[in-house]
Design a protein around this ligand. Structure first.
Ligand code: IMP
Ligand code: MG
Length: 186
């Protein structure tokens, strides 16, 4: 990509390239399509971080799938607050549904544990997780996503939908943000 965002000023290192992402998204869609062939499937995309991943993933799916959205947030800046806010559309009834939650990144695991519980309590038949990124080192609650795009080290990642205070989502790759960016704004 051209240096139109002055990338070198904000990104310390690109950790996953656009090409690697494309290839992996295709593989994940193929696997989920095989696993749910002949069954009802509803994707639940967790906003805001997973929107780009979800958009690419659904277009590679080889079976019909419904797509719904929820809002969930536990982050302020670069730190998990431990409190999780989940907002679901009232019209969505999870009862009896096979649901695959689409998430940008699983970090402490708190957000998706809360979402998963909410869905199972509401009668979902099955709930699995498809996360673009996983930071297993940071987990504070036990949560194992069934589908994982990439495991990454404990660094703050941006791009491909992941943000820092609503910025940098537009990068087509995943990069590690320079420390001075969040220290400066903190
Ligand atoms: P958890 O509840 O700690 O697992 O939080 C997961 C959520 O925190 C993700 O859905 C992201 O919105 C946010 N998050 C965690 N790590 C990062 C990161 O490295 N970059 C951007 N957002 C992150
Ligand atoms: Mg998120």
């Amino acid at each position: 990509m051209e240096n139109k965002f002055e990338l070198n000023d904000v990104i310390e290192e690109v950790i996953i390239s656009e090409e690697e992402i494309k290839k992996r998204v295709k593989e994940l869609a193929k696997k989920i399509s095989e696993d749910y062939k002949g069954r009802d499937l509803c994707f639940l995309s967790v906003l805001s971080g997973s929107w780009i991943f979800a958009a690419d993933l659904v277009r590679e799916m080889e079976i019909p799938v419904q797509i719904r959205f929820i809002f969930a947030a536990s982050y302020e800046g670069t730190e998990s607050t431990g409190k999780v806010d989940v907002i679901t559309g009232k019209e969505f009834d999870p009862e009896g549904r096979n649901i695959v939650i689409i998430e940008d990144i699983v970090d402490t695991g708190r957000t998706l544990t809360a979402v998963k519980e909410l869905l199972l309590d509401a009668g979902a038949k099955s709930v699995e997780i498809c996360t673009f990124l996983d930071k297993p080192e940071r987990r504070v609650v036990e949560l194992v996503p069934k589908y994982i795009g990439f495991k990454i080290p404990n660094k703050f990642a941006v791009g491909y939908g992941l943000d820092y205070n609503f910025e940098y989502r537009q990068f087509p790759f995943v990069g590690v943000l320079k420390k001075e960016i969040y220290e400066e704004k903190a």
